[in-house]
Ligand binder design. Structure first.
Ligand code: NAD
Length: 497
């Protein structure tokens, strides 16, 4: 049965072989307090699920979501959601089995290429109090070396002198905030839900920098009156496959054009810094904390352990021919490698968080990575590496060197990425490298061979700290040469005790 409002009651009364949870709140009686940019898998498994629970259990009906897609490929999400009253199914998978929940918190969807002004107007609407986003790390135009906005980027250059057809997130946010200012409204809170250490602070800095290029007075208003909470977000959410769509139909009787598959685990630690109200997130299990320092510590644990381990499995895993994360975990030596990298190299660098048992956290991660039912794709975890490795791996290497601690395994991960950039695996099979900097990096990888110096010359990614450090470059060169000569699976035992 097709997923739409009309059929919801039939799903609840069991269509397929298993029961389905559906929203029972009145979806016509809500206000859209949140505009979310980047309606991909993660948003639909995370923020939209928390909001769905607030609507379902706590009647907070001023916080429904208007989804926004800025990029041409978001047309597919517009069409999928538009064809089913913006309802979709979250399929939670674990060893215990699958559960299906229909989520109703996304109330409408705007596709910017259809009508850019409509997106600006929506963000500027008095009912909108929060603009949240999951636009991937590369959506922030952040220079890792200078920590400044990439002001020379063509998208930013375009948006600096354009009042009607912005391209970048900052063009939209700026024009919407300018409109609110002109109307005497408060700014909305800008809430980044992307995997970046200090995601809120970076968003604030990038938007203020952009605004200063256009109108310093407005930039000051945004700085003084706006809010940009930092947050740590967590729920492993693979890309949806055709098999997922089919199994939802077979097992639950739901014909959903684009369900989302995820794990039961979910976590969100968020700084309590909102300038125009917020939902009662804590009622649905979100950890809302006063102290920014506290959020930063949670972020650091998560990015340096979970995301770094994903990187450890992604690039070496792709070269070795693995397709899914759980397959890497099933390889006994690779499994040990991931565990030892976390325990011996990353853990000693991390702050203690009261109430958090870091060993237990690492064990839970190993279990989550090993979940064979979510089928998390290696290419998904690998994509956009230029936005990931400088955040998840390089800071740990630098800190380990400065504190004279071990860092060989972390260097192996960097080396595997450098080899991966060539787009050819250990058996000589070509694969697609999905990265906004692909062309530049592939040219450097080709020119550098099994030496990392050419790639490390990209200052925007690597800065100066490490590329002139012989301890680092020697380790990476050794790993690159071993991988090039023997392949990942022959090399990795040399990195495991
Ligand atoms: P996805 O591919 O399903 O969706 C990505 C969305 O971001 C799309 O709507 C796309 O159009 C948009 N986007 C990409 N680049 C953009 C840009 N430059 N400007 C504006 N929009 C842009 O990916 P996803 O799984 O939803 O992940 C998105 C982000 O969420 C990740 O990059 C990460 O920061 C965060 N996240 C994901 C997971 C996960 O397990 N998938 C977990 C934690 C955090």
């Amino acid at each position: 049965l097709k997923l739409n409002s009309q059929n919801l009651a039939s799903f609840a009364s069991q269509q397929g072989s298993q029961t389905v949870q559906v929203p029972t709140y009145d979806r016509n009686d809500v206000k859209e307090g949140i505009v979310h940019v980047g309606v991909g898998g993660f948003h639909r498994a995370h923020l939209a699920v928390y909001i769905d629970q607030l609507l379902q259990k706590h009647g907070e009906n001023t916080w429904a979501i208007c989804g926004v897609g800025l990029r041409p490929n978001d047309a597919a999400m517009r069409d999928a959601l538009g064809g089913q009253d913006h309802l979709y199914t979250v399929i939670e998978r674990s060893a215990k089995g699958s559960e299906a929940k229909v989520v109703g918190s996304i109330n409408s969807f705007l596709f910017a290429p259809d009508d850019r002004q409509a997106v600006i107007d929506k963000m500027a609407h008095p009912d909108t109090h929060i603009v949240s986003m999951t636009i991937t790390e590369s959506g922030y135009y952040y220079n890792e070396n200078t920590h400044q906005l990439q002001a020379e980027h063509p998208d930013i250059q375009h948006d600096v002198s354009n009042d009607t057809d912005p391209i970048s997130i900052f063009g939209f946010l700026y024009l919407a905030l300018a409109k609110r200012h002109a109307q005497g409204l408060k700014p909305f809170t800008v809430l980044s839900c992307d995997n970046m250490q200090k995601n809120g602070s970076i968003t604030r800095h990038m938007l203020e920098s952009f605004a200063r290029l256009r109108n310093p007075d407005l930039a000051k208003w945004i700085a003084d009156e706006g809010a940009f909470p930092n947050s740590m977000v967590d729920r492993i959410t693979p890309s949806t496959s055709q098999t997922d769509i089919q199994s939802l139909a077979d097992n639950f009787g739901i014909d959903d054009a684009w369900p989302v598959v995820t794990e039961p685990f979910m976590q969100w630690v968020i700084e309590d810094k909102f300038c125009d109200g917020r939902p009662s997130f804590e009622k649905v299990g979100v950890q809302v904390v006063e102290d920014v320092h506290n959020v930063e510590q949670f972020e650091k644990h998560k990015l340096r352990l979970l995301n770094a381990s994903h990187s450890a499995m992604a690039y070496g895993g792709q070269l070795a021919g693995f397709k899914y994360v759980h397959e890497v975990m099933e390889h006994p030596i690779y499994n040990k490698f991931v565990w030892q990298m976390m325990q011996d190299e990353v853990k000693p660098l991390l702050p203690e968080i009261p109430g958090v048992d870091i060993d237990k956290y690492c064990h839970t991660l190993m279990e989550r990575f090993s979940n064979p039912t979510i089928m998390d794709q290696i290419p998904r975890v690998a994509l956009n590496a230029s936005g990931k490795i400088p955040q998840f791996i390089m800071p740990s290497i630098a800190e380990a060197i400065w504190t004279t601690r071990p860092f060989r395994r972390l260097c192996f991960v960097a080396a595997a990425w450098f080899q991966y950039i060539n787009g050819v695996d250990d058996k000589g099979n070509a694969f697609e490298v999905d990265d906004p900097m692909r062309e530049e990096l592939q040219a450097l990888a080709k020119a550098g061979g099994t030496e990392p110096h050419k790639i490390l010359s990209v200052k925007m990614l690597f800065g100066d700290d490490l590329r002139n450090d012989k301890r680092f470059t020697d380790e990476v060169t050794t790993a690159m040469q071993l991988i090039a000569k023997d392949g990942v699976l022959e090399t990795i035992p040399k990195y495991v005790d």
